[in-house]
Structure formats: structure tokens, C-alpha cells
Design a binder for this molecule. Sequence first.
Ligand code: NAP
Length: 256
Amino acid sequence: MIPDFFSQGDKNMQGHAAIITGGGRGIGKAIAESLAKKGVNIAVIDVNMDIAQETSAELQKLGIKSVALKADVSNSADVSNIFESAVKEFGKVEILINNAGITKDGLLLRMREEDWDAVININLKGTFLCSKEAVKAMSKQRYGRIVNIASVVAFMGNFGQANYSASKAGIMGLTKTIAKEYASRGITANAVAPGFITTAMTDALPDNVKQEMLKAIPMNRFGTVEDVAAAVAFLASPESGYITGQVIHVNGGMYM
Ligand code: NAP
């Protein structure tokens, strides 16, 4: 019989607390809903307070505690505030999902320095700052789950995405280092690398680009936010405790 990995652990996660960056919409919101359905209390972090509050209110209807916190993950003062507020609200934090991310595409020769900096700062530095705060709290409790959202382009590269691919490849190196440094404290760090997922980030692409991308996906469909959330929920659960420094690819076979 094939074990049902993704539904295990539901009971064990009841009452855990998670910080989800970029949790107001898209993949982050789906991750928040998936964890909330397993009884996890959620701090929804976003630069956009309106959508963070909306999502948080929806999560509360699932019977969990949720708080919306405004923060730019590339700002260290904001990041330390969100951890302080989350610990005040929930007493502890077992799970960090580093999901906030942006793109600012352009071919290398046309890529502006500020577009390089913005993407590296939010995607990579943001993951560093949040992880640093998380391990402080998690080390004391000798338990933690850090799940970083990378991308298939960390492994394949992509036209027009030098900044984004570098930020996501950087996240892979960071993930493995956190995994090594904090394994002895009961903290795991893993990544999920989505392929092409239907969200606002990808809706903006022209139809002809989408059709070309579809040809590269053996499953012949784009992924859903729920496809990504299922893998994240597994890595955020107690049952994934002997898995660290790994990546789960969620890409319909686009890269293997
Ligand atoms: P999205 O729909 O654009 O959502 C990203 C969320 O992050 C938004 O709510 C955004 O706020 C927030 N955010 C942006 N900058 C932030 C900052 N500095 N601090 C805090 N929050 C910030 O994107 P998505 O498609 O769900 O992507 C989520 C993650 O998956 C990203 O890391 C992305 O790189 C990764 N990913 C996505 C795909 C895909 O196909 N969609 C594929 C591979 C990887 P605003 O609403 O204000 O912009």
C-alpha cells in the first residue's frame, strides 16, 4: 500500500504556530489555508496590510487563531517585530514559511542594478532575516520547521530572470546551511521548488509565452497553489522530522 504521507500529522500539528511571509495571496495564502485546516495558528505577513487582514479573517473562520502583520521581509526591524508579535500572540512559533517573493525580469544586459538588488533583497535577504529570527526562537524549544519557497529556475535558469534565478539558487544554499547548523536542535530546513503555478505572478505573462511553457510540462497543465501547499504542509509537519536540507520539486515533470 502507498502511504498517505500528506494527510499524516494533522493531529500533531494542532495548536502549532506558523509565520507565513507573503501570506496574503497566491501560494502563501494557499499554504496558510492548508495549515489552518490542520489546526495550525497563523501569522499572515505581507507588505500589503489589506490583503493580509482579509486572509487572516478568512483563516479565523476555520477555527484557528490568526493575526495579520505588515512587514517588508527585507527590512530587519520589520522582521524582528513580526517574530516578537507572533510569539506574544501564540506563545511560540514552530513553523516558518519563507514564501514572500517578487520578480523584476529583464535580459542580463538590460537588467537594471536596482532590479537586481530589489529581487535579491526581498527573495534572498528576506529569507535570511526571517530564518535568523526563527532559529533564535526555535533553538530554545528544540523544535522547528523552516520551509523555503524556491523555484524550478534555481535549477534550470531562465531567460530574463538572472536576478530571480540567482535569488532562488541562493535560497537552496541557505536552506542546506541552516539544515546543517540547526539539525542538532531539532530544526529542519527544506525547500519546495514550484514550476509554473497559476497565480497573479504568472498571470501577467503573455499567452504565447504560457503556451510555450506548457509544451515543456509533461503533465500538460500548469500547477495550482494547492499542489504547492500540499508539499509545504508535509515538510512543515512533525512527520517530516528526519528530512532536512532537501527540496521537493512541484512542477508536473518540467524538471527532474
Ligand atoms: P504573488 O501572488 O505575487 O504573492 C506574493 C506575496 O508576497 C504578495 O502578497 C506580495 O505582496 C508579498 N510580498 C512581496 N514583497 C514582499 C515583501 N518585501 N515583504 C513581505 N511580503 C511581500 O506570488 P506567488 O506566485 O504566490 O509566489 C509566492 C512564492 O512562490 C514566491 O516566492 C515566488 O517566487 C514563488 N514561486 C512562484 C511560482 C509561480 O509560478 N507562481 C513559481 C515558482 C516559485 P503584494 O500583494 O503587495 O505584492
